[in-house]
Design a binder for this molecule. Structure first.
Ligand code: MC0
Length: 138
């Protein structure tokens, strides 16, 4: 069902400072930035490594564009830190349908736009042992 760890989503207060930290400290490669108006955040994708299926694994740095977005509420109540993990699949709708059939709550049905033109959905963290879990198809 899943072919790789696609990315780890990290909420931060200052996107530019956090990008600089990860580039300078760990040497990751900044490969993309965008604003996701629908979700209410700005983000950067930092490549960690390429994977066997032709994809890659990224750190996704997220900062809110408005206080009432998911990322804005998270930053206000929990502060900076790990927000979600995302697994890559060739078929996000098929994977979501199969997991929904097992009783997991699928949060975006149908999938919505994600980073770099991907299609994404999420599984509720309470159904995944406390981890907000994203499914992504590039
Ligand atoms: C909430 N909870 C979490 C969590 N967010 N647990 C682990 N990780 C998280 N990120 C827990 C809370 O602690 C709480 O547990 C319970 O879930 C309800 O939380 P809440 O504070 O009432 O929050 P809600 O209900 O308003 O929203 C939670 C929910 C939401 C997961 C449904 O965050 C959501 O729809 N997320 C999917 C969209 C998203 O994450 N967008 C931003 C990134 P207790 O025990 O206190 O009741 S979008 C993105 O990154 C995409 C587009 C991309 O990769 O390109």
């Amino acid at each position: 069902m899943f072919t790789r760890l696609d990315h780890v989503g990290i909420v931060c207060a200052d996107l530019e400072k956090t990008i600089d930290f990860y580039l300078e400290t760990f040497g990751f490669e900044l490969c993309h930035t965008e604003v996701n108006e629908e979700q209410g955040h700005r983000e950067a994708m930092l490549r960690v490594n390429r994977t066997d299926d032709g994809g890659a694994t990224y750190l996704q740095l997220l900062t809110p564009t408005r206080p009432d977005s998911v990322v804005g509420r998270w930053l206000a109540t929990r502060g900076e830190g790990l927000h979600h993990v995302a697994f890559g699949t060739p078929d996000v709708a098929g994977a979501a349908g199969a997991l929904g059939g097992q009783g997991l709550r699928v949060l975006f049905d149908p999938p919505r736009r994600g980073s770099m033109g991907s299609r994404v959905t999420f599984l509720h963290p309470k159904d995944c042992h406390g981890v907000l879990t994203e499914i992504v198809t590039h």
